[in-house]
Design a protein around this ligand. Structure first.
Ligand SMILES: [Zn+2]
Length: 318
């Protein structure tokens, strides 16, 4: 939520000129008091990097044919991301995979060359046609930002989609896209790099904190934990050692994902019990306490996020 609010504040402070400059320049550093857009790099393998800052974590996979990028960050961060990719390889970017529709994961698409292939789940493509704001994020003053893809005449929109499984490439360069059901949205892709033992899970497992189930984009509270469990089972079976989270400084493990699935189940069950006990959503939010058994979690209260999640869970619960 904080990231989105900061973005909103930046857009608001600079007005349209900032977004226009950001789109054209990528960096947009000339736009007044805006902080420089710094992308940081973690090398995970010789041909695999995680690039952080400016929204969701981006994975960068260097193949013989070119570079595959998973998620492209907030508006104005595509160019800084491209520059950072140039610092680790001479190869051109040939493919973007977007894990889901949110603006902090897809907006940089419009700053990549127009011939780059963009691959998503088919529901994510539909969601990107609308670019509805996430239900669990307070909208910035002045309302949600305009649809960046409409503004760019469709540039950066998905060119290939899948529904449950997609295989890209072969041998050590194979990439598997997997959809395990609704959770954060209704189009959450897990991007698997089998030869490297890496899975990019993005915002279904953003970090160790309260999840966001986005009712505006087909997300589900009651199905969330099962989706995570299926992903963790798949990861274990396929010897995944490294999970790239949507918003965490360091990767996590399959064990972390299993624990997160249990945490989400507890969180949802709490809301369901509150509903069945006749409590209002606000009462449920006020009564929520982070279970002490989950250690190392961000337990900072986020009432707006809890409220949006619980409203959805209430609707989904008989
Ligand atoms: Zn998201």
């Amino acid at each position: 939520m904080r990231r989105h609010m900061v973005l909103g504040a930046i857009l608001l402070a600079g007005g349209l000129s900032v977004t226009a400059a950001a789109r054209q320049q990528g960096g947009g550093q000339q736009a007044g008091a805006q902080a420089p857009r710094v992308v940081t790099v973690d090398k995970i393998k010789d041909n695999f990097y995680v690039m952080k800052g400016g929204g969701g974590n981006s994975s960068v996979f260097i193949t013989g044919n070119g570079v595959v990028v998973v998620d492209t960050k907030n508006p104005g961060w595509g160019q800084p991301l491209l520059e950072k990719i140039k610092s680790v390889t001479d190869k051109p970017v040939v493919m973007i995979i977007n894990t889901h529709t949110h603006g902090d994961h897809v907006s940089g698409n419009v700053e990549f060359p127009a011939n780059v292939e963009v691959v998503t789940h088919e529901n994510t493509k539909k969601n990107m046609e609308a670019m509805r704001p996430a239900s669990f994020v307070a909208p910035p003053a002045g309302g949600p930002p305009p649809n960046i893809f409409t503004q760019n005449k469709g540039r950066g929109m998905p060119t290939r989609t899948y529904t449950s499984v997609m295989r890209l490439g072969s041998g050590d360069e194979r990439i598997d896209l997997r959809y395990f059901g609704r959770a954060h949205t209704n189009g959450d892709t897990f991007v698997v790099f089998p030869a490297l033992g890496i899975m990019h899970a993005a915002d279904v497992f953003p970090n160790k904190g309260v999840p966001g189930a986005d009712s505006n984009n087909g997300g589900s509270g009651v199905e969330y934990s099962a989706t995570l469990r299926k992903a963790a089972d798949f990861a274990a079976k396929n010897k995944i050692a490294t999970i790239i989270n949507g918003h965490n400084d360091t990767p996590s493990t399959v064990a972390d994902m299993r624990e997160y699935s249990r945490f989400v189940a507890d969180y949802v069950a709490y809301a369901q019990r509150a509903k069945r006990a006749g409590k209002s959503v606000d009462e449920a939010v006020a009564g929520w306490k982070f279970p002490a058994k989950y250690t190392g979690y961000n337990t900072t209260a986020n009432a707006a996020r809890d409220k949006a999640n619980f409203e959805l869970i209430y609707k989904e619960t008989k």
